[in-house]
Design a protein around this ligand. Structure first.
Ligand SMILES: [Zn+2]
Length: 67
């Protein structure tokens, strides 16, 4: 198999056409790209697709009132 490394991202949804399991991850020059095989939409940052929201709510801390 002389194919370039391409694999589909299971469960990923295309942000353009909303197709599921159509996003293909491939490496080019050491950089990972994502392309939708349905509409041809391309993304340069696959990591932005995941749920990577790491927000800390500082307001939560400090609610406790020592009695
Ligand atoms: Zn698409």
């Amino acid at each position: 198999m002389a194919r370039s490394k391409k694999r589909f991202i299971a469960g990923a949804t295309c942000t353009e056409c909303k197709a599921v399991d159509s996003l293909m991850l491939y490496s080019e020059h050491g950089i990972e790209h994502v392309e939708c095989v349905e509409c041809g939409f391309k993304m340069d940052e696959p990591k932005a697709q995941g749920s990577g929201s790491e927000r800390t709510f500082d307001g939560v801390i400090g609610v406790f009132k020592p009695e």
